[in-house]
Ligand binder design. Structure first.
Ligand code: 5GP
Ligand code: ZN
Length: 112
């Protein structure tokens, strides 16, 4: 999508600190980290949020979870949290599907 921040990051049009990339997805460190390790994994194709995942695009979500497991292992993360916010009330500020991966500190439950 032409006017989407994360589409532009995935295309390299806006610079980011890349963690991982393949033909389907892109991972990069969050600009405002909420934990010692905080990166985001996004599909390269534009999907607004988990609410727009259906049979036509869900394969990339499974792929993203494989990538999360692989990258977390490469970074030596033994415990981490994966979060996706859907909609403004839940805290979604960028309308392109993304999974936060947070690690390196104690975390509370339930999340705020
Ligand atoms: P959300 O609030 O939608 O769940 O998550 C969006 C995340 O994107 C936030 O944690 C925010 O810090 C991060 N973010 C917003 N703009 C940029 C940017 O230009 N570069 C990077 N690396 N992260 C960004
Ligand atoms: Zn997008």
């Amino acid at each position: 999508m032409s006017d989407c921040l994360f589409c532009k990051i995935a295309e390299g049009e806006i610079p980011s600190n890349k963690v991982y990339e393949d033909e389907q997805c892109f991972a990069f460190y969050d600009i405002d980290p909420q934990a010692p390790t905080h990166f985001l994994v996004i599909p390269k194709g534009h999907i607004q949020s988990v609410a727009q995942v259906d049979g036509s695009n869900s394969a990339v979500v499974g792929h993203i979870f494989e990538v999360i497991a692989k990258v977390a292992a490469q970074l030596g993360l033994e415990s981490y949290r994966v979060v996706s916010n859907i909609g403004e009330q839940a805290g979604q500020s960028v309308p392109h599907l993304h999974f936060h991966v947070l690690s390196g500190r104690d975390m509370t439950w339930p999340p705020g």
